[in-house]
Ligand binder design. Structure first.
Ligand SMILES: [Zn+2]
Ligand SMILES: [Zn+2]
Length: 401
């Protein structure tokens, strides 16, 4: 189809966007569905106390994107369940419930093969044992590396929300956040965290009220005062520095030197080919002041494809420069994609599970970041913000006391 008045490049762009949109219809973010799935499960269990009912399929694997809620029911349901999302009901008997659960949970083909090649079983765990394997958590079953890990009895102990000691990406009213620095700090502390890395937007991000140097200085003074008041809780002086078009960070060296840590992120000029995008990221990673690479591809799940990057190259350069990579916990981002966690950890790169909170409630997104990190096989040892205050301070090269 030719569209009059649009250049060929714009038409091609529109066509791609339309295709992307059509490919994402009837799909949902995990974060949008999880609450309803758990509520539905609870309702059905209350209605049918004698029957075993479990989540299964993609929602049980905590896939980033799901198309429906899948349930496995012992016996049958008296009527189809009501939910704002599509629901698929599988049924099984008590004696083969484990077999059906392993099969319908899905993921890599091997798990289905284990389900069908062993005698019917009431419990999944018995089927793993029969195959000579340790139990593989449902989140891990999409991960091809988990097959080897299980076969070599080297399954990682997956990171849990209770392992996390602090938050390293949050915005306040200094830039585009909803709550003040003080409110954000008090909220992080009330959630049990030891530290909050505040990372407002940098000066080039005018659309997000990015901080000019004088406002950076004002924020540092406020942080010093709050730290004196809230100790042992600690606010780290951070910034989410735009990665400029040529890969530079967004302040002069004297200001950059004053930050305790820096997240470097791309927010502008997102239309890049892989070579350009990779070069731009690498330049920022190589900057000696960069601590964490923020949302590496800029994707917004179900609405914007990220710019293409050479993940291996980017991870290798992070490893060489001791830069951690963010797993942005916002359910629309979940960027770094979990499929790259095994490679990053193989190279010794730390993953930082970051809320990118623009409000107090945004801190709750950490849950979705942990779900995705677990899919990638991340353990607490590989997670930057699972370190306590002292250990993170050492990574940031700070004297804390
Ligand atoms: Zn950002
Ligand atoms: Zn941010």
């Amino acid at each position: 189809m030719e569209l009059k008045g649009f250049g060929a490049k714009t038409q091609e762009d529109l066509r791609k966007k339309l295709e992307f949109f059509q490919g994402t219809r009837n799909l949902f973010h995990y974060g949008a569905v999880e609450g309803e799935a758990l509520a539905l499960l609870e309702r059905l269990r209350a209605q049918l106390p004698g029957q075993r009912i479990e989540l299964t399929g993609a929602i049980r694997r905590k896939a980033n994107i799901v198309s429906e809620i899948e349930l496995l029911v012992e016996g049958t349901l008296p009527e189809p369940p009501f939910s704002p999302f599509p629901v698929k009901v599988h049924t099984a008997g008590a004696e083969n419930f484990g077999t059906a659960w392993l099969q319908t949970t899905g993921g890599e083909a091997i798990w289905g093969e284990i389900a069908t090649s062993n005698a019917p079983s009431p419990e999944e765990a018995l089927l793993f044992a029969a195959a000579g394997l340790p139990f593989v958590e449902p989140e891990l079953r999409d991960n091809p590396s988990a097959v080897n890990w299980a076969q070599n009895k080297q399954l990682p102990k997956l990171v849990a929300e209770t392992d996390l000691k602090g938050l390293l990406h949050a915005h306040s009213t200094y830039s585009d956040g909803m709550h003040t620095l003080r409110e954000m700090a008090l909220h992080a502390r009330s959630l049990g965290y030891q530290y909050l890395g505040i990372t407002d937007h940098s000066q080039s991000a005018f659309y997000a009220n990015g901080l000019k140097p004088d406002r950076v200085q004002a924020q540092w003074a406020e942080i010093d005062a709050l730290n004196a008041e809230l100790a042992p809780f600690r606010i780290f002086k951070g910034i989410e520095s735009d990665i400029l078009n040529d890969g530079r960070l967004d302040y002069e060296p004297d200001i950059l030197a004053g930050f305790e840590f820096i997240i470097a992120s791309v927010h502008s000029n997102l239309r890049m080919d892989e070579e350009k995008a990779t070069r731009r990221l690498i330049a920022a990673i190589e900057h000696p002041r960069t601590t964490i690479l923020g949302h590496p591809t800029g994707r917004l799940l179900l609405s914007r494809e990220g710019y293409p990057i050479d993940h291996k190259k980017v991870i290798d350069v992070c490893a060489a420069h001791g830069v951690a990579i963010e797993l942005n916990a916002n359910p629309y981002r979940l960027d770094l994609d979990w499929t790259w966690i095994p490679y990053a950890r193989e190279k010794g790169v730390f993953i930082s599970i970051n809320p990118d909170a623009h409000s107090k409630n945004g801190m709750l997104d950490m849950h979705f970041g942990v779900c995705s990190a677990r899919k990638g096989g991340l353990s607490a040892e590989g997670c930057l913000n699972a370190m306590d205050l002292e250990a993170v301070g050492r990574i940031f090269k700070l004297t804390l006391r």
